[in-house]
Design a protein around this ligand. Structure first.
Ligand SMILES: Cc1ncc(COP(=O)(O)O)c(C=O)c1O
Length: 396
C-alpha cells in the first residue's frame, strides 16, 4: 500500500522511526530472538545487546547504565516514579505536581487522590511559567515527591528543572521530571540537573512506540511498579522488549551525535513558520513565551475559529498538526494546559500546535504556509458569529 506524501508537523505526538533504528532492530526480530534471561549463549548474547543499549541511553542523559530502568513507555515511567516514592516513604502522603502536566501524570495523581493521598496541583502564570516560590512554600513535612515536567508537550514551555531540583534537595524531598519531550531537542545531563527520577519515551526520539525508561539516581530507594520476574535487576518485571530496547539505544546514539546540527535546522524552520503566521495571518497569536521554549514547538491561537476545522482541512492536503495533546484530541475539550495559562475556552479551542522534527524540510514549511491562509479565511467566512473577524482576516 503506497502512502501519499505526508507533511508531518506533529512530532511532539510521535516521530517517524529512523531507518537506522529500524536496521538496528530487525536482527532482533528475525535472528536474535532469544530470551535475555536464559542461561545458554543464544539468550546471553541478546542480554549483552540489551546492556549495550542501556549504555547508549545512559550516555544520552549522562547517567550510569545501572541507573536506567527500561519501561514500556513514558506513562509507565511517570507512574513508577510516583509509586516508588510513596511506597518507600509510606509515612508521607503528599505529592506536588503542576496543572499542565501530561495526562500520564495527572490521571495517576487523580487515582492517588482517590486512594487518599493529598495532591497539590501548582497553577501556572499566563506565559505558562511556574512560580518557584509557591512551589517551595507548598513543600510540607509529609511531601513524598515533587513531579514537574521539563518541557510542555503542547506549548514547548520549559520549566527551570535544575532550580526546582535544588529546592527539593534542600528540603529532603524526592524530585521527578517528565522529560519525555526533551531528548533530541535539549542537552540532558541528570548530574547537572540534580534530579532523582527522569522519564523518557523512545517514540519521541525517532524510535518505536512501546519502550521508555526511568532514570533512578544511584542509592535512591526504589520499589518496582510492574512486578514479576527479576528483570532490570528486580526493578521492572516482564521479559525485555529487546528489539525496541536496541532501537532506543541506536536512536540515543544518533541523537547525541546529531543534536546540535539538527536543532539549528529545526529551530530555523519553526521560527520561519511561526514568524510568517504571526505576521501574515490576522488574529493569530502565540500561546506561551518566545523563550524559554523547545526549539521545535509553536502553539498558535487563531481568533474566531475552532482548531478542529483547521485540522480537518489541513488533513485533506496531507498536513498533520494537532490541537491539544494527541491523547486528548478526538475529544472537543479545550486544552487543560491553555486553560491553566488563563486562555479563554474559545481561544484554547482555536489553538493549533505545530511541532517539527528532523525530517521536516523547508519545502514542507512552504507547503503549509501556502495552504494555511486560505483555510483560515474560509473557516472564518463560514463562521457566522465571527463575521467581523472574517472581514479582518485578509491574508497577505
Ligand atoms: C510530556 C509527556 N509525558 C508523557 C507522555 C507519555 O509517553 P508515552 O506515550 O510513551 O506513554 C507524553 C506523550 O505524549 C508526553 O508528551
Amino acid at each position: 500500500m503506497s502512502q501519499p506524501k505526508v507533511y508531518y508537523f506533529d512530532n511532539n505526538a510521535t516521530t517517524r522511526v529512523a531507518p537506522e533504528v529500524v536496521d538496528a532492530m530487525i536482527p532482533f526480530l528475525r535472528e536474535h530472538w532469544g530470551n535475555p534471561s536464559s542461561v545458554y549463549s543464544f539468550g546471553k548474547q541478546v542480554a549483552r545487546q540489551v546492556e549495550t543499549a542501556r549504555e547508549k541511553v545512559a550516555a544520552l542523559v549522562n547517567a550510569e547504565p545501572r541507573e536506567i530502568v527500561f519501561t514500556s513507555c513514558g506513562t509507565e515511567s511517570n507512574n513508577s516514579a510516583l509509586h516508588s516514592a510513596l511506597v518507600t516513604h509510606s509515612q508521607k502522603r503528599h505529592v506536588i505536581t503542576t496543572a499542565v502536566e501530561h495526562s500520564a501524570n495527572l490521571k495517576f495523581c487523580g487515582h492517588l487522590q482517590k486512594m487518599g493521598f493529598d495532591i497539590t496541583l501548582l497553577p501556572v502564570e499566563s506565559d505558562g511559567g511556574l512560580d518557584i516560590h509557591l512551589l517551595e512554600k507548598s513543600i510540607r513535612p509529609d511531601t513524598a515527591i515533587v513531579s514537574v515536567m521539563w518541557a510542555n508537550n503542547e506549548t514547548g514551555v520549559l520549566f527551570p528543572i535544575e532550580e526546582i531540583a535544588a529546592i527539593c534537595r534542600s528540603k529532603g524531598v524526592l524530585f521527578h521530571t517528565d522529560a519525555v519531550q526533551t531528548p533530541g531537542k535539549l542537552k540532558i545531563d541528570v548530574k547537572e540537573l540534580g534530579v532523582d527520577f527522569l522519564s523518557l519515551s523512545a517514540h519521541k526520539l525517532y524510535a518505536p512506540k512501546g519502550i521508555g525508561l526511568l532514570y533512578v539516581k544511584r542509592r535512591t530507594k526504589y520499589q518496582p511498579y510492574v512486578m514479576g520476574g527479576g528483570q532490570e535487576r528486580g526493578r521492572r518485571g516482564g521479559t525485555e522488549n529487546v528489539a525496541h530496547i536496541v532501537g532506543f539505544g541506536r536512536a540515543a546514539e544518533l541523537a547525541l551525535v546529531n543534536l546540535p546540527a539538527e536543532n539549528v535546522h529545526i529551530r530555523a524552520l519553526r521560527d520561519k513558520l511561526e514568524h510568517w503566521i504571526l505576521k501574515n495571518i490576522s488574529g493569530a497569536t502565540r500561546n506561551g513565551p518566545k523563550e524559554p521554549r523547545l526549539p521545535n514547538t509553536a502553539n498558535i491561537a487563531f481568533d474566531g475559529i475552532e482548531a478542529e476545522g483547521i485540522l480537518m482541512l489541513l488533513d485533506q492536503l496531507g498536513i498533520c498538526v494537532s490541537s491539544g495533546s494527541a491523547c486528548t484530541s478526538g475529544s472537543l475539550d479545550p486544552s487543560h494546559v491553555l486553560l491553566a495559562m488563563g486562555c479563554s475556552p474559545a481561544r484554547a479551542r482555536g489553538s493549533v500546535r505545530f511541532s517539527l522534527g528532523i525530517y521536516n524540510t523547508e519545502a514542507d514549511v512552504d507547503y503549509l504556509l501556502e495552504h494555511l491562509p486560505p483555510i483560515i479565511a474560509k473557516l472564518r467566512a463560514s463562521a457566522p458569529r465571527n463575521e467581523a473577524v472574517a472581514r479582518k482576516a485578509a491574508v497577505a
